[in-house]
Design a protein around this ligand. Structure first.
Ligand SMILES: Cc1ncc(C[n+]2csc(CCOP(=O)(O)OP(=O)(O)O)c2C)c(N)n1
Ligand SMILES: [Mg+2]
Length: 324
């Protein structure tokens, strides 16, 4: 079984992680200028989780993510320009500007949606895995969700069913230490959430979520198990939310020392350092620079795209009947 990323794969993973970081930074700048609409949930510091896990999947494998899913969108191969267009409410966006940043989806790349309802992607991916099993298709579903979502009832029901029926699903629990402003240790009686897997009859593994190679290995093993008919895996990727809960978060509850410690372990720096040894620092710098330019161009193009035109209709005669 191949569970170590090739050099080419590591280059692509780094590229997508940098694309994601630049997306978040540019959105953050636009939010400060009041040029975005509604709160945005940035995933700075968590890029390795979404990008490296998606790297083991095929286009026709399905992924569901949460309200904080930009790394998953880019990891699954969605086009940066159309992602930005959707977030910025443009007609050229994946959902014609109607969905917004939490609700991107695209069948062609197997990105079956972000979700604003905490935990809702977990049963959705489980159901997709059930359909793959029933249809005897060689496909895997993956749910990416947070430590807060892990405390929901639907998470328990989904994992129980997936374990019972050996469904080809990967539960990727992105433990960024916080659910809104609530620290993980006050949400759960156990510190390490992957130990719950035993109760569902599936393997539970913990990985360093800031190390893309470690995430890739764990996801590759889980995907292989699923494809062979051995059922689901729960992967707990320990990571950290380097920015606040959303762009409307006033902050103050994440200790400065804690943020500083995690910044030392920036996943992009870890991925770049691993690649430095393989291809040299100059080539790594070139990949990073090209990704930054690509995201800059995506913003430029998307922001020049048209906003949707909403037509207003006169009430139909049926409506007039009812309202009379
Ligand atoms: C069913 C439901 N309950 C509550 C909320 C409000 N809410 C939005 S995000 C969030 C916390 C989620 O924490 P976690 O799953 O750890 O994700 P993170 O924000 O850390 O990525 C809550 C409670 C919601 N959107 N949906
Ligand atoms: Mg969380």
């Amino acid at each position: 079984m191949k569970n170590t990323p090739s050099v080419e794969e590591q280059k692509e993973i780094l590229r997508r992680m940098v694309l994601t970081r630049r997306l978040e930074e540019m959105l953050g700048d636009l939010a400060k200028q009041a040029k975005t609409r509604g709160p945005l949930h940035r995933c700075d510091g968590q890029e390795a989780v979404g990008v490296a896990a998606c790297a083991v999947l095929n286009d026709d494998d399905y992924v569901c993510t949460s309200h904080r899913g930009h790394h998953v969108y880019i990891g699954k191969g969605m086009d940066p320009r159309r992602i930005v267009a959707e977030i910025m409410g443009r007609e050229t966006g994946y959902c014609r500007g109607r969905g917004g940043h939490m609700l991107l989806g695209d069948i062609a790349t197997g990105m079956l949606g972000g979700n604003a309802i905490v935990g809702a992607g977990i049963p959705a991916a489980t159901g997709m895995a059930l359909s793959f099993q029933v249809l005897k298709q060689d496909r895997v579903a993956m749910a990416v969700f947070g430590d807060g979502a892990a405390q929901t009832g639907i998470c328990h029901e989904s994992m129980n069913m997936a374990g019972l029926w050996k469904l080809p699903v990967i539960f990727l629990l992105e433990n960024n230490q916080y659910g809104l402003t609530v620290r993980q240790e006050v949400q759960s009686p156990v510190k390490d959430l992957h130990i719950r897997a035993e109760g569902y009859g599936m393997p539970g593994v913990m990985v360093d979520g800031n190390d893309a190679v470690a995430v890739y290995r764990a996801a590759a093993e889980a995907a292989e198990r699923a494809r062979r008919g051995y059922g689901p895996t729960l992967i707990e990727a320990k990571t950290y939310r380097m920015e606040g809960f959303s762009t409307s978060d006033v902050g103050g509850y994440q200790p400065e020392e804690e943020i500083a410690q995690w910044r030392e372990r920036d996943p992009i720096r870890i991925a770049a350092a691993a690649l430095d040894e393989l291809i040299g620092a100059d080539e790594v710098a070139r990949i990073e620079a090209a990704a930054n330019i690509e995201m800059g161009a995506a913003f430029e193009q998307a922001l020049a795209d048209p906003l949707p035109v909403f037509e207003t209709h006169a009430p139909s005669s049926a409506y007039s009947e009812i309202s009379r």
